[in-house]
Design a protein around this ligand. Structure first.
Ligand code: RET
Length: 311
């Protein structure tokens, strides 16, 4: 009994130490660099050169994505919305593999079936109670985005609140029209103001965070996106640069690119096929937009709920 307790506490201590190491390396990787860490890098010159160029690419990528989004925005609303959806689709890959216990592999057939059943159940709730379903989806996404940055509290919630409410706060009419199209009716003003308030809080938190640490490409690009882009493109851009790509880069570092590709390609290909089929069905007038949105939200929710609690 005593020895099993000792074993347990030993495992617990080792687990905590591993978590601490992971957390430190994650925040070091994704938190913007301090001048001191830049100086340390220079001292370790040759090995650091490679790291620095990788860091440069990562710092530039959000701005490249924003530039592409800017071109789409200037090309008209339909192109902007389609690119936003493409960004969402590219971003879904980060949740398309089964990452557990230090490995990543494709979902098994039963896991995939369970995922789809759960997704369809959520979609059904959304169809029956659209406003409650959308509120739940936005709330879950807020929580999911805030936790995913692994950085400090302020950075995580600044990013999450910007993504969820930034467009509503800064482009009120346009965003209200998107929500009305998704729901099939105009949401009550009080609801819209509630979402806008989250966005205002996000802007204030982002300003505080950027004053503390100005070199933060993902946060800067997310703020610019919600200010200047169509809401669907804005959220797609912020989702890609601040959530999906960083998580996928972490997966690649943990497991290697090959393993990540092998684990994610089938589900990603299926998601792509499903999205194209849905888009065609909607375009031909077979499926209303509310049902398309319900399915899109429904298929996203299980991956947020299945998130391991220690992450
Ligand atoms: C705010 C907002 C939106 C919210 C999108 C969200 C919240 C997407 C969440 C995606 C997730 C959680 C992906 C999984 O990793 C819409 C519908 C584009 C319409 C425009 C305004």
């Amino acid at each position: 009994m005593v020895s099993s307790c000792r074993d347990t506490s030993c495992v617990a201590v080792r687990w905590k130490a591993t978590r601490l190491r992971q957390r430190r390396s994650r925040s070091a990787r994704w938190a913007p660099r301090s001048p001191r860490s830049a100086a340390t890098d220079m001292a370790a010159a040759p090995a650091a050169n490679e790291g620095r160029s990788a860091h440069g690419v990562r710092a530039a990528l959000p701005f490249v994505v924003l530039a592409v989004a800017g071109v789409a925005q200037l090309s008209g609303t339909s192109i902007a919305v389609v690119l936003g959806l493409i960004f969402f689709l590219i971003g879904t890959a980060h949740g398309a593999g089964d990452e557990q216990d230090g490995t990543i592999r494709p979902f098994g057939i039963w896991q995939a079936a369970a995922y789809i059943v759960a997704g369809l159940a959520v979609a059904a709730v959304f169809v029956m109670l659209p406003l409650a379903g959308l509120t739940l989806f936005l709330g879950l996404s807020l929580w999911h985005f805030a936790r995913s940055l692994h950085g400090d509290w302020l950075r995580g919630w600044a990013y999450a609140a910007l993504v969820i409410g930034g467009s509503m706060a800064l482009r009120f009419e346009e965003t209200a029209a998107v929500f009305a199209a998704i729901l099939g009716f105009a949401p009550p003003d009080i609801w819209l103001y509630g979402v806008a308030t989250i966005g205002l809080a996000g802007l204030a938190l982002a300003a505080a965070q950027l004053l503390r640490q100005p070199r933060d490409p993902a946060l800067i690009v997310s703020a610019l996106a919600v200010a200047f882009l169509h809401p669907v493109l804005a959220v797609g851009t912020a989702f890609l640069v601040g959530h999906a790509l960083p998580l996928q880069a972490e997966q690649a570092e943990r497991h290697g690119c090959d393993a990540v590709l092998r684990a994610q390609w089938i589900t990603s290909a299926l998601a792509l096929a499903g999205t194209v089929a849905l888009a065609l069905a909607w375009n031909a007038g077979f499926v209303p937009l509310t049902v398309v949105a319900a399915l899109a939200f429904g298929m996203t929710v299980p991956h947020m709920l299945a998130e391991r609690l220690e992450r």
